[in-house]
Design a protein. Structure first.
Length: 115
């Protein structure tokens, strides 16, 4: 079955960096686009980065220029490099994908940015 497992979250000061990773299994990874989304307390979950099967990336305005999504099809992983972190980036971060029209999510990893 499809499994997504995020790692790399933690506590960081504003202006710092973190790198999140998501290990995928149970599907043909390089066939599908991969996404990073996040949900802050009291907010809706929002998609912040996407990488297509052809490595084309796209970002939400809130993170463009600071975050970079990448994928390693040999390792079945997708990563999110987060730089210049802001307090408002504090959230649970999820990787997700759509396989055969079904939506799959990892368990999430907490990122907390302190001022």
């Amino acid at each position: 079955q499809v499994q997504l497992v995020e790692s790399g979250g933690g506590l960081v000061q504003a202006g710092g960096s973190l790198r999140l990773s998501c290990a995928a299994s149970g599907f043909t990874f390089d066939f599908y686009a991969m996404y990073w989304s996040r949900q802050a307390p009291g907010n809706k979950r929002e998609m912040i980065a996407k990488i297509s099967r052809g490595d084309k990336d796209a970002y939400a305005d809130s993170v463009r220029g600071r975050f970079t999504i990448s994928r390693d099809n040999a390792e079945n992983t997708v990563s999110l490099e987060m730089n210049k972190l802001k307090v408002e980036d504090t959230a649970v971060y999820y990787c997700n994908t759509y396989v055969q029209a079904k939506d799959y999510w990892g368990q999430g990893t907490q990122v907390t940015v302190s001022s």
